[in-house]
Design a protein around this ligand. Structure first.
Ligand code: NAP
Ligand code: MG
Length: 402
């Protein structure tokens, strides 16, 4: 078979630990034999980030802006233990944070559904995609532990000297206060990313906050979404037969439990954090979830939703067999290849992505899977495979379909 040709390169961001091992296996077994792969390669492994003073992360984000589509392996976010383990010059920032800030993006996550791994919520026939705003609110807060009686106030001082002052509470004893913020610019980017992704994936969009209680803060999110929808997206949604609707977060939760899936649920930062964990756990495994960062001007970065699977990596280093699930990382590659095919109009590349996903799911449905799935599957006669053999089984399946 002749290899599929590419036009524009993908930005390839290599990573750390067990996922770095899987990365190479996936490329060697599932990509390179079939595609004349073009990538701009950036090594975001912690060693290289340390050697380049994290410049490699910034360069990879710039390259993503230039080329439009990236695929990223999971990476270590350093903490005190990693400082010692890798003898780091500095506690480098999370690469995901750096890339997100550069692309001004929103993270979309959806469970990968497969026969034999059923969601606990019986009526979820199609995946529910979570869109999480990744800036501000409680994640950039300022907090004070109030020691005793006194007055707490909220004060804004404008550059022009204008002052806005409001009483938070007259404390008669000890307590706590918290200040949070968001910006219209970031909320606007979030809204545009959600509307664009809904059109792109042909799904309805739900957005929910608690605006009945938070009459200024949450109401501002609701208003910005509505304004951008009316001005920029209403016609396109109507043309595509899609729906955008806003509802209260409590109502959204109740509806989600009764829904059949197949829509995008846009959430503020905290709601998205909690609700995406709920949706993915209800669907079985961290490794059965896709994740893509989308910028408002249509730049895409595909990754797995899980981390570098450190515990498995140490087993691997000790020469023990591992059974690490590569599905999310394979789907990061198929997502990126399909998008590249779409943008460059290469039908074969899009079809290859579809076939590789099918071969992956087909392998699991035929009973061959990694240990994490074997523990929860409803299938009988399960064949538990190690990390490498699972990828080889997918290759055998893929070759049958090519
Ligand atoms: P993790 O890599 O997500 O793994 C946590 C546990 O979940 C694993 O020990 C394993 O459970 C299970 N698991 C996750 N992915 C799996 C897979 N593909 N196949 C089978 N089981 C899987 O989180 P972590 O070990 O706490 O974090 C390791 C590193 O990842 C950290 O340094 C963190 O900074 C980084 N991280 C990176 C990203 C990213 O780049 N997107 C995201 C999160 C974390 P068992 O051990 O029970 O088998
Ligand atoms: Mg969480």
């Amino acid at each position: 078979m002749e290899k599929i040709k590419m036009i524009t390169p993908l930005v390839e961001m290599d990573g750390d630990e067990m996922t770095r091992i899987l990365w190479k296996m996936i490329k060697d077994e599932l990509i390179l034999p079939f595609i004349d792969l073009k990538t701009k390669y950036y090594d975001l492994g912690l060693k290289c980030r340390n050697e380049t003073d994290d410049q490699v992360t910034i360069d990879s984000a710039e390259a993503t802006k230039k080329y439009g589509v990236a695929v990223k392996c999971a990476t270590i976010t350093p903490n005190a233990a990693r400082m010692e383990e890798y003898n780091l010059k500095e506690m480098w920032k999370s690469p995901n944070g750096t890339i997100r800030a550069a692309l001004d993006g929103t993270v979309f996550r959806a469970p990968i559904q497969v026969k034999g791994i059923e969601p606990c919520v019986k009526n979820w026939e199609k995946p529910i995609t979570l869109a999480r705003h990744a800036y501000g609110d409680v994640y950039k807060n300022t907090e004070i532990k109030v020691p005793g009686a006194g007055k707490a106030e909220l004060v804004f001082t404008g550059e022009d000297g204008q002052e806005i002052r409001q009483l938070i509470h007259e404390f008669t004893g000890s307590g706590v206060i918290q200040g949070i913020h968001n910006t219209d610019k970031s909320i606007g980017s979030f809204a545009r990313a959600c509307f664009t992704y809904a059109l792109d994936t042909k799904q309805d969009l739900w957005f929910a906050t608690k605006d009945t209680i938070s009459k200024v803060y949450d109401h501002n999110f609701k208003d910005i979404f509505q304004e951008i929808y009316d001005k920029e997206f209403k016609d396109k949604f109507e043309e595509a037969g899609l729906e955008y609707f806003y509802t209260l977060i409590d109502d959204a939760v109740a509806r989600v439990m009764k829904a059949r899936g197949g829509f995008i649920w846009a959430c503020k930062n905290y709601d998205g954090d909690v609700m995406s964990d709920m949706v993915s756990s209800a669907c079985g495994s961290l490794a059965m979830m896709t994740s893509v960062l989308v910028s408002p001007d249509g730049i895409y970065e595909y990754e797995a939703a899980h981390g570098t699977v450190q515990r498995h990596y140490y087993k691997h280093l000790a020469g023990e067999e591992t059974s690490t699930n590569s599905v999310a990382t394979i789907f990061a590659w198929t997502g990126a290849l399909r998008k590249r095919g779409e943008l460059d109009n290469i039908k074969e590349l899009m079809e290859f992505a579809d076939k590789l996903e099918k071969a992956t799911l087909g392998t699991i449905e035929s009973g061959s899977m990694t240990k994490d799935l074997a523990l929860i599957t409803s299938l009988k006669d399960v064949n538990v495979l190690n990390s490498g053999d699972f990828i080889k089984a997918i290759r055998a399946n893929l070759e049958k379909s090519l």
